[in-house]
Design a binder for this molecule. Structure first.
Ligand code: UD1
Length: 351
């Protein structure tokens, strides 16, 4: 099987999806994007095209759970492979809205799989999450660490992985590359793309950025009583551009052969919540106010990747650090203080 040339990207207007579109357009792929804009805006794709200097082949506003609409897209285009980002992704929200999380993340994935199956498309890069490891204790987590999800978001991703593994076991025509992200953060170095949640940010870095720009008063540090050196929770933050470079490399490896392959994507270094606050303060040149509050339900003390397997298999390794992530996230926040919706209109590429 040869490497794909036309790739359908679900959630292509989202945080990681939009950066992936730039990376794939830069490397000559033809893209079909589907997104329901539930946590993004169509403007994002205009910016993707400006950065790449190329058009996205086709853009469809649809919900991946709508199999008929999705099927019509596959009828219209000859898709070689799918990169599946579309999902709900906030741990805290998932504990309040479990049904929505299972419906979108699991129901969306099975709807996509069914449509792919009906159209003879068998190559998939799937966005999974380190959250499936749950409270695995300190130390680096490799892919053999048993899954113990502690919240509905994590459980939904683990359920998808199990479904995909079973499909690959039973249907030898499938190749599924499952990437377990640790904590993607940062922004495109142009300042044109970044993380701009439609509602109050649930994730740490966009929240800190909104405090830095003055849209929010202070960061709430969820718990300072964890068994970590400064008492705040430790995560492995990975620059979003490194994250999407891994997806581009993954597409090259879809041709390696059938089956399901699972890799961690991380840096292999942990940073605490207070490390993030301090590094962002340096990036923006002012102290970021914060207060310690109660732990967030479903959170765990520490998640740091052993990400050596993907380097051994594909040669991919991240090259950016937390300071780069904070610098790029701050640039995006300064250039877009009110996000995509609040920014001045700039000329688009002519279609
Ligand atoms: C979670 C997933 C991760 C996934 C990511 C996608 C877990 C354990 N991890 O990351 O796999 O890629 O969602 O969005 O489920 N925090 C604060 N104040 C805030 C926000 C966050 O102190 O306002 C803390 C959290 O408690 C956590 C850290 O910052 O310790 C990072 O939180 P967040 O950015 O939400 O990501 P995770 O929950 O780690």
């Amino acid at each position: 099987m040869s490497a794909p040339s036309t790739v359908l990207v679900t959630g292509g207007a989202g945080f990681i999806g939009s950066h992936a579109c730039v990376e794939l357009l830069d490397h000559g792929y033809e893209l079909i994007v589907v997104d329901n804009y539930s946590n993004s805006t169509p403007q994002v794709l205009t910016r993707v095209e400006r950065i790449a200097g190329r058009f996205v082949g086709a853009i469809y506003e649809l919900d991946i759970r709508d199999r008929h609409a999705l099927s019509a897209v596959f009828d219209r285009h000859s898709v070689d492979a799918v990169v599946h980002f579309a999902a709900r992704k906030a741990v805290g929200e998932s504990t309040r809205m479990p049904v929505e999380y299972y419906d979108t993340n699991v129901g969306g994935t099975t709807a996509l799989l069914r449509v792919m199956h009906e159209h003879g498309v068998h190559q998939l890069v799937f966005s999974s999450s380190c959250s499936i490891y749950g409270d695995a204790g300190s130390g680096l987590l490799d892919e053999a660490t048993p899954a113990r999800p502690t919240n509905p978001y994590a459980a939904s991703k683990w359920t998808c992985e199990q479904i995909l593994a079973d499909v690959c076991r039973r249907c030898p025509e499938y190749t599924v590359l499952c990437l377990r992200y640790f904590n993607p953060a940062g922004a495109h170095p142009s300042g044109l793309l970044g993380e701009d949640p439609c509602r109050t940010p649930e994730n740490l870095m966009p929240y800190v950025a909104q405090v830095a720009i003055g849209r929010r008063e202070r960061v709430r540090v969820f718990g300072a009583d964890y068994p970590t050196p400064d008492g705040t929770a430790i995560r492995d933050y990975l620059h979003v551009v490194d994250t999407v470079e891994a997806h581009r490399v993954a597409l090259d490896h879809l041709a390696d052969g059938p089956g399901m392959y699972v890799y961690n994507l991380g840096v292999g270094m942990g940073s605490s919540v207070l490390d993030v606050v301090a590094t962002f303060s340096e990036a923006c040149g002012r102290p970021i106010p914060y207060e310690v509050t109660a732990r967030r339900p479903g959170d765990v003390a520490e998640l740091v990747a052993d990400a050596t397997a993907v380097t051994r298999a594909w040669g991919w390794r991240p090259s950016r650090d937390l300071a780069d992530m904070c610098r790029d996230a701050w640039r995006f926040q300064q250039l877009n203080p009110y996000g995509y919706a609040g920014s001045a209109r700039r000329p688009n590429l002519k279609r």
